[in-house]
Design a protein around this ligand. Structure first.
Ligand code: SAH
Length: 566
């Protein structure tokens, strides 16, 4: 039983929500909180107190005995923002309770015991079927007990902190295998069932064949990702119905594509009917994989010719490459989505200094492949190669990972056999603009002054075009020790088309601890004050310094009208 204790009306409201959700598990203790806590502590296995942690600490301190037998205590604050596991995190189940309460009330669970603080992916949130004792194994993972991980093949899972041996286990398989006690079986969508059927084949015959074939081969229907057949059969009721009853999509391929797949058991019948010597085997194999069950025909009790065929393939795992922008530096400019992707990955690839920036966010067990400046090509290759092996990879970059960063070299290497997930980040130009005011209120470009990978003539042509078109320009990579003449040169080109009074914003280390930002002008900027940690934003002919802020007007009519009226 979970004892519920509250003092204020806000607390009582949250308490009542819990009580209503869990009528069987909870009991409300009314009256003075001291008495209520003492009574609940004696009578319940767990307590949820809608009180300040300090108050609860004082109340339960004299009651504490042994951590193996004391109830677990969770505190929920007045605002319902946090569910704090206070006492009995493991033995008393308070960590798990804090998570449950948090989920129900929309509060953040606060868990401070060593292993739990890092968090783990919910085993049931991976997006595919899970069998077995999810609650017990999740709790063992949370409590830091050894959990063995056994995988029949690679699949892009998040990092699970697991050992070879353990009382508990997580098994990744598409084979028929009952989860034993203290075990969770993960069912990745690894199987493709190729299906052929003659016109009018009954659903029961098609489905019966598929289920029988899977059973005989010792494979789980829960791992079937899709049924596959030839275009001409895309509306064949028996196949469509079987896919529906299995709860999987039906995908179809052209006869020509299927005819090009090499199969062990081609035959003349489908060639005559739909124009490919194989439907079931070819449709299962067309995207690659291992043929687990060659073509089988249905058996009919009435002795009539079989109307359905099927074959089963285990397809290679599609790896997952998340290209994640970390933002300019500050943790609160790292998006929640970026954070989620970092925790979704089991392999992290990035520049060492960026890895340091987010190391604390990674799940224990995440494999970190870091390298130094200049190893861009290697990072791009590594990230793609890992994803092609079926891993869940996060490739990180500062700002936005697609802006002068890793996304383009990585995707230039990547083939269509991996999934790519892009997570945008706050790029330096935007972080700087926010500090400067509103310099990007009208058309703007970013230009990198690094001529390491781009010939200077190309850079200069683009600067010139921006100058002529009166576009606001943000220079990335403006100046380094060995590269000092490019910025003055670029500024001179802009000065050919803009007044010396044109505002220029110089922002160094935006959102980092030693952030600095200043507003100067084209005529007075000293390039020597600029380095590689800096972006330089040059206004257009309309940009103004207004109250110390850099503002590029959009030319709104209402503003012009106002000016006209003045
Ligand atoms: N992908 C990054 C840019 C990488 S190029 C992004 O989207 O921001 C590296 C250049 O970006 C640096 O030379 C500097 O000009 C600029 N830069 C990156 N982070 C910055 C920051 N926090 N403050 C100012 N400039 C920054």
């Amino acid at each position: 039983m979970i004892g519920l204790i509250s003092a204020t009306s806000a607390g009582a409201a949250a308490r009542d929500r819990l009580a209503a959700a869990w009528p069987e598990r909870t009991r409300v203790y009314e009256g003075p909180v001291g008495d209520a806590v003492r009574a609940a502590f004696a009578e319940c296995e767990q307590l949820v107190c809608f009180l300040a942690t300090g108050a609860v600490v004082r109340l339960v301190a004299p009651l504490l005995g042994d951590k193996s037998s004391d109830p677990g205590v969770v505190c929920v604050d007045e605002g319902g923002r946090f569910a704090v596991s206070l006492v009995g995190g493991h033995g008393g189940g308070a960590n798990e309770l804090a998570r449950e309460v948090g989920e129900l009330l929309g509060a953040e669970p606060v868990v401070t015991t060593a292993t739990d603080a890092v968090g783990l992916p919910g085993l049931d949130t991976l997006g595919f079927p899970v069998e077995g004792d999810v609650a017990a194994v999740s709790r063992a993972l949370l409590d830091g007990e050894p959990v063995a991980f056994k995988a029949d093949f690679t699949w892009p899972l998040p990092a699970l902190k697991v050992t070879e041996e353990g009382d508990y286990s997580v098994r990744l398989t598409d084979r028929l295998a009952e989860a034993t006690e203290r075990e969770v079986v993960l069912r990745p969508p690894s199987l493709v069932v190729g299906v052929g059927a003659s016109k009018g084949a009954p659903v029961d015959e098609v489905l019966g064949l598929i289920e029988g074939v899977l059973r005989d081969a010792g494979l789980s229907a829960a791992s079937v990702a899709e049924l596959a057949t030839v275009d001409a059969k895309s509306e064949e009721a028996g196949i469509v119905g079987a896919a529906q009853r299995l709860g999987v999509p039906l995908v179809t391929y052209s006869a020509a594509e299927l005819a090009s797949v090499e199969v062990p058991n081609p035959s003349d019948a489908p060639l005559a009917a739909v124009g490919t010597p194989s439907v079931a085997e070819a449709a299962a194999l067309v995207r690659g994989g291992e043929l687990l069950v060659p073509k089988r025909k249905s058996e009919r009790a009435d002795g009539l010719p079989a109307m359905a065929t099927c074959a089963v393939v285990r397809r290679p795992a599609r790896g997952r490459l998340a290209v994640v922008g970390l933002g300019p530096g500050a943790r609160d400019l790292l998006t929640p989505r970026a954070k989620a992707e970092l925790r979704r990955a089991s392999v992290l690839v990035g520049l060492d200094q960026y890895v340091d920036q987010i190391r604390d966010l990674l799940r224990p067990g995440t494999r970190i492949l870091e390298s130094g400046l200049g190893a861009e090509e290697e990072r791009a290759r590594t990230a793609v190669a890992q994803a092609r092996e079926g891993q869940a990879v996060a490739l990180i970059g500062s700002g936005d990972a697609g802006v002068y960063a890793m996304a383009s070299p990585a995707l230039a290497e990547a083939s269509d056999d991996i999934d790519v997930i892009g997570v945008p980040g706050v790029t330096a130009a935007l972080a700087a603009a926010a500090l400067l005011g509103a310099p990007l209120g009208h058309d703007h470009v970013s230009i990198s002054l690094s001529d390491l990978h781009t010939p200077w003539e190309v850079i200069e042509r683009r600067v010139r075009a921006a100058a002529e078109a009166d576009i606001v320009v943000t220079f990335y990579n403006p100046r380094s020790r060995g590269r000092d003449w490019q910025l003055p040169k670029a500024l001179a080109i802009l000065a050919g088309h803009r007044e010396p009074t044109t505002p220029v914003g110089v922002v160094r280390n935006a959102s980092r601890p030693d952030e600095s930002s200043r507003l100067t002008s084209l005529g007075s900027l000293d390039p020597a004050t600029v380095d590689m940690m800096t972006v330089v934003t040059v206004g257009n002919t309309a940009t103004r310094d207004i109250a110390g802020r850099m503002v590029t007007p959009r030319g709104y009519r209402w503003q012009t009208a106002e000016e006209g009226a003045r």
